[in-house]
Structure formats: C-alpha cells, structure tokens
Design a binder for this molecule. Sequence first.
Ligand SMILES: Nc1nc2c(ncn2[C@@H]2O[C@H](COP(=O)(O)OP(=O)(O)O)[C@@H](O)[C@H]2O)c(=O)[nH]1
Ligand SMILES: [Mg+2]
Length: 416
Amino acid sequence: MDTIYAEATPSGRGGVSVVRLSGPEARAIGEAIAGPLPEARRAELRLLRDGEQIDRALVIRFDGGSSFTGEPVVEFHLHGAPVIVRRLERALRDHGARIAEAGEFTRRALLNGSLALSEVEALSDLLSAESEAQRQQAMKIVSGDLARWTGMLRDRLVRAGALIEASLDFADEDVPEEVPAEVFDLLARVRQDIGIAIAGYPAAERLRAGFEVAIVGPPNAGKSSLLNRIAQRELALVSEIAGTTRDVIELHTELGGLAVTFLDTAGLRETRDMVEGMGVERARARASAADIRVHLSEDGQAISELLRDGDLVVRTKADLGGPGVSAVTGAGVREMLDEIRNRLAGQVAGAGMITRQRQAQALEDAARVLDVHPDQPAEVLAEAVRAASHRLGEVVGRIAPDDYLDEIFSSFCIGK
Ligand SMILES: Nc1nc2c(ncn2[C@@H]2O[C@H](COP(=O)(O)OP(=O)(O)O)[C@@H](O)[C@H]2O)c(=O)[nH]1
Ligand SMILES: [Mg+2]
C-alpha cells in the first residue's frame, strides 16, 4: 500500500493549509521532515525541514485504527500559501509518498472499515448538498444513525436466532421443540420497521435529488418575467412577442431549506414554427416530470392536460388590476413561493434515512427472506434469520462493486 498525500484544504492563500499524509510510511516520513512527532492526536509546533527550512507548522499524528483512513496519518497545518504547500509536497514525494487520487483517503477509510458504505454515500451527498434539508439528511447518516438503526434490527435478529438455536438444541428426536412465540414477534417487528423505512425511501430520494417546479402557461402570460422576479436577475429573455422562450431555462435555488429548480418553459400553443414547436414539446415533457407545476395566466386558467393534484393555478399581471401576482411589482410572489415550499415539504414529510436504491433493495431482500411461515422447521427459520441479518448488514455495507465506488468517488476532490 502506497503512502499518499494531498492538500486537504482548497488550494490558495488562507489562514492555514492542511496537508494530509496517510499510509504505512506516514510516521517515518513525518519524522524525517518534522523530527520526533507529538503524541497521537496532539497538535504541536514543529519546524519542517528538508535540507532547508520549509515552514513552522502544527503537526498532528494519528495512529492506524484511530485515524480517518484507518492508517497511520500525519497532518501538517501550514501557513496558508501555495508555495509552502508545494515545497512540503516536494519533500513528501522525495521521501517516497505519492499524490492521492480524488477520494482516495475516503476509499481507504471504507476499505479499512473506519467508514461504512452508507457513510461514504452520505459524505458524497454532504459534499454536494445545496440546501439545508439535504445537509441535515446527509448528516444524519454521516453521524451513524442508519448504522445504529440497522444494528438495532440485527440485535433483534440475533436474539431471535439464539432462541431458535436453543429450541433446536433441546429438541427431542421424536418430539420437535416448539419455536417460542417471541421469535415470531421479533421477526414481525423487524419486518414492520423495515416496511416503514422503505415507505420513506421515495420521499428521501426526492429530498436528496432536489425538486423541480415548472412554470407553464400560454405565450405571453409572463412566465419568463416571473422566473426573473424569483431569480432577482434577468435570467430569461422577456418580450411582448409570443414564442420568445424556447429552451427550458433553469433556476437553481434554495427555497426555505429545500433545493428547488424552477423551470421556465415555452408557452404552450399550436405553432407552425418548427423550432418553437420543439420548445413546446420540451416544455410539456419537463413540466409533466416536475414535482409541481405553476399554471400561470392572465385569466387564472390552468393547462388542463398538465394539471395534477397539488399544482398551483396563479393569475398574473395583478398590477393591471385584479388578484394574483405581479412580476412587475413583485406583489404576491413571496406568498406564492411560501405556498410552493409548503407543498413540497408536504410531499417529503415522511422522508426516512434510506436515500438510495441500493439500500432500499437490501432492505426489501431482508424483509422478503424473513417472510417465512411459522410452521416451517426451526432450521429453515434459523437460516432465514441469518440471511436477513446479512442483507441488513449490506444496507450500511463495507463492500461494493468497484464501478459503483468509482462513481461515488468521482464526485470527491483530491484530498478528501
Ligand atoms: N404589467 C405586467 N406585465 C407583465 C407582467 N409579467 C410579464 N409582463 C409582460 O408580458 C409580456 C410577456 O412576458 P414574458 O415574461 O416574456 O411572458 P412569457 O411568454 O410567458 O414568458 C412582456 O411584455 C412582459 O413585460 C406583469 O406581472 N405585469
Ligand atoms: Mg417566456
């Protein structure tokens, strides 16, 4: 196993730059550059040298088993300047370390069992979180809630397994011992909890992915103007000519803690213009896939072919008289956004900790193998309990196919 290094802080000038060194030679290389290292997990100032003086830096040593990667790690907290970082990195290379790949520290943490697969997945979500709700959701898993929950279910299975084994041990050849009722009670409770968790998956997945809200309506309703009002800048072209908007224009934003993408779409109408027609088709497709549609018009009519439960029907150009919103004055826009936010929050109210298909699948498998008839022989029950426990272990997981890991780590940066 190579000893790897990378700058853990963003490169550039700052208060401090942290360079992390991890691997079997970390301690030896650290000592060659910093002299005797401080006690584990204690920060001390050292003069770093490599033929010449490099920097005075805080040095922290972590031993294998109690570091982020699970390997011996040395961290150097340098003065924050790229030239200092580059000079130290050269010294590390000269002592045999190599630069880490993107996500390689985390990959080692997974390999060495100091992070579970679900924690790595959540870490990737945390790093790409754009909203408060996404951050909170990822943080729950990073802090181990999912691992604790599956651990609790597995404890129940262990207890059930022990009860089954005991009944097997005492079974008389002729009179098979009854499997105690507590076993079926335990298994039923595990299946029930799994059912609840799976039911919360679609909502949690949507929270993780973020929401789409499409603004639809006839040409010239003021859709692009409303998008610009929400964006507080001129994102979309506005004109009094019908058919101005053709592509779908996206505004990524955070709405009361939720990640929301607003879509401005081409006005829906029959058209002979081929390009506008393509825009209309695109508008229909994106709008019907969105989580909510805002039907915008001057007369308060919805586009009936796209109207679904939970959509908003909004009158606009209220500044010209009548109720509704106005993109010109901004009247009513705040209230409309609050309403959208509440409806989206309502859609994810039951969000649980299961955020990925992979986890939901493992849970479904566990529930399925536990679905055994009480009349089955004790050996069959015991095997079902073992198999279910194994599936539950996969939810949190240590191993995963390489291509799955490659995909996850591709979103990490070097130094993570
Ligand atoms: N008075 C008034 N005019 C508006 C409002 N919103 C849009 N408009 C005007 O309506 C026309 C069409 O606007 P636009 O945003 O391009 O509509 P779209 O085709 O639905 O995207 C433009 O001339 C806008 O200036 C509004 O709230 N009040
Ligand atoms: Mg438009």
